[in-house]
Design a binder for this molecule. Structure first.
Ligand code: GLC
Length: 577
């Protein structure tokens, strides 16, 4: 039977994976607080399919559970053997969209893979001869501005690519360097930032005369708008877990400094204050969207990363000493946060209809419209955009304000962290298929949707010429998001969606010299001010390819649903569709 007749299994769930997992690795069994140990699925050996059984006969579970635990030896992906590719195992039989292309893949690795590795290796930054990160962009034609720095968020896909390729050293060095930087005093004018804040980026300065290297970090004090990066600390914890899962090396996370670093980050976001919501209150521009875009308040990207970082910390923190108290606080917050997000951020056509019919000015505990959202504030576009099948987490929810915009990173990270229930994850995938042109377009993927224009753009962005309609953060298309889409698709059991997006990327990304972003309603034009050879566009492509080729990589970055956090909600049609 040909490989392309193999079927891709159902979404990776505890039911389908745990038995095999716990058999293969006793030392980490099952105490990972409900998070699935996808990491244990990882096979350090080049994958050899022993026989040409169809996956109708062999489940993915059989294949991945035959593996051992980490670490993986370094591999040269340029010379990957055809028999190692799992990509063709993803069956057309469970494709759900008529519009999804059905071509099958040859086993030849795409020529872009070799290009991408070459470019990624060129971007590596060294500190005292050790690799410590990757530069944001290596575009020789543009003024480098701050693109010659190692950004924490930008390094994540590079790190995953190196981990997947069995090269954990650079990731370990990066994690330790960022930790060192966290401990320095951070000031803006006369004001000192919280101890736990992680840098947005750092730069290595080489002095060729004295032969010395120095490192300078930016915690937001030189960034446009002077906003501290709330996402950096979360990405740091998430990456520490990915490193630990991938290598099986617990010594790094167990180090007193790493445990302290985690506690400092958590101190910032678990602090008691005036909050009435479990979500994290943020300034505009505090994450990947790092310019004013009206995401202040409770932006979905931060809430998803917060949730994922809490769950990652839960699996890494030692229960002794101060750790014990933090673990208790994490549990409480996770419970409240998942309820809040699933209840109030989730939107499908039933919920939209409810909001449309909301009464206002309701007092007391019986209020249905708890945040006093005025139905007249619902923008027209959402009524046409929202299909009957499908749903998503909206951009922001706060008093009398619901930002109905779609933000890709927040939604995909919600799937990966299992903030989204499996029904919600499927509904987000349905939305992707139903609104392919709008959310994916020609060059994947829109960072947000739709664009703000005219008066709204003027008020919300403060007339930002970089964030004009359908450009940059204002509904521009960012190839880096491909890796998150791919991971989310695999987790939701819909890899064919990712494959379709990857095929689109492969028509242009390398020819266009790996731009940072594309512009236009369909993302057809290389972005107005886009850097070329943007490292996370390159690494994002590699991670997407490697993950589709070997879905067990998902273990580094995916967390299984925690049954204790299952919501009692039943309101949505899209959940049961
Ligand atoms: C831009 C992006 C930001 C990214 C940085 C470096 O400022 O908005 O998210 O980290 O470029 O690539």
């Amino acid at each position: 039977m040909p490989f392309n007749m193999y079927s891709f299994p159902k979404p990776l769930t505890l039911e389908t994976t745990s038995e095999a997992l716990w058999k293969t690795n006793d030392s980490h069994a099952p105490g990972d607080n409900g998070s699935v140990d996808f990491g244990k699925l990882m096979d350090p050996r080049p994958r050899q399919l022993e026989s040409h059984h169809s996956l109708d006969e062999r489940s993915l579970n059989d294949i991945i559970s035959s593996g051992l635990s980490s670490p993986r030896p370094p591999r040269q992906l340029e010379t990957v053997k055809s028999s190692e590719c799992l990509e063709a195992l993803l069956s057309p039989s469970i494709r759900t969209s008529v519009s999804t292309p059905r071509e099958y893949h040859a086993f030849e690795p795409h020529p872009m893979i070799a290009d991408a590795w070459e470019a990624l290796r060129k971007s590596v930054v060294y500190f005292r001869e050790k690799p410590v990160g990757t530069i944001a962009a290596l575009d020789p034609t543009e003024d480098s501005l701050n693109y010659n720095q190692v950004f924490v968020r930008d390094f994540v896909p590079s790190a995953l690519a190196f981990l997947m390729n069995g090269e954990p050293e650079i990731v370990k060095n990066f994690l330790l360097k960022a930790l060192r930087l966290q401990s320095i005093e951070k000031r803006i004018d006369c004001f000192t930032l919280g101890e736990g804040v992680m840098p947005a980026s750092f730069k290595v300065l080489h002095d060729p005369v004295r032969k010395t290297d120095t490192m300078i970090a930016d915690f937001g004090e030189s960034a446009i708008g002077r906003v501290a990066p709330v996402d950096s600390g979360f990405w740091w914890i998430i990456l520490l877990r990915a490193y630990t899962k991938s290598t099986g090396d617990h010594t790094l996370a167990d180090m007193a400094d790493c445990q302290r670093g985690m506690r400092l980050i958590l101190t910032l976001c678990l602090a008691d204050g005036f909050d009435t919501f479990p979500t994290l209150l943020c300034a505009d521009g505090c994450c990947m969207v790092d310019r004013r875009m009206g995401i202040y308040g409770y932006p979905i990207e931060i809430q998803s990363l917060f949730f994922m970082a809490l769950r990652s910390a839960k699996s890494l923190m030692k229960p002794e000493g101060e750790g014990k108290e933090f673990l208790e606080r994490i549990d409480k917050r996770l419970h409240a946060l998942s309820f809040h997000m699933r209840e109030y951020f989730w939107l499908d056509h039933v919920q939209l209809n409810n909001i449309y019919r909301f009464k206002t000015e309701e007092y007391s505990h019986t209020a249905v419209n708890k945040f006093n959202v005025i139905p007249d504030s619902i923008p027209d576009w959402i009524f046409d955009f929202l299909p009957l099948k499908g749903g998503f987490f909206i951009g922001n929810v706060s008093p009398a304000r619901m930002d109905f915009r779609w933000f890709a990173i927040g939604n995909f990270m919600a799937i990966l962290s299992s903030l989204a229930t499996s029904e919600q994850a499927s509904a987000i995938m349905d939305l992707m298929e139903e609104r392919w042109e709008e959310l994916v377009g020609d060059m994947p993927l829109k960072v947000s949707y739709p664009a703000m224009e005219g008066h709204e753009w003027r008020i919300v962005t403060g007339c930002d010429p970089k964030n004009t309609r359908w450009s940059y953060h204002n509904a521009g298309s960012w190839p880096v998001i491909l890796w998150m889409l791919t991971a989310a698709c695999i987790k939701a059991g819909r890899p064919q969606i990712a494959r379709r997006a990857i095929e689109q990327v492969e028509t242009r990304l390398s020819k266009d010299q790996w731009p940072e972003y594309y512009d236009g309603k369909l993302g057809r034009y290389v972005g107005k001010q886009a850097r070329k050879f943007q490292t996370w566009s390159i690494a994002g492509y590699l991670v997407a390819k490697m993950m589709l080729e070997d879905p067990s990589h998902l273990g580094m970055i995916g967390l299984e649903e925690d049954r204790k956090m299952k919501p009692q909600l039943t309101r949505s049609a899209s959940w049961t569709a």
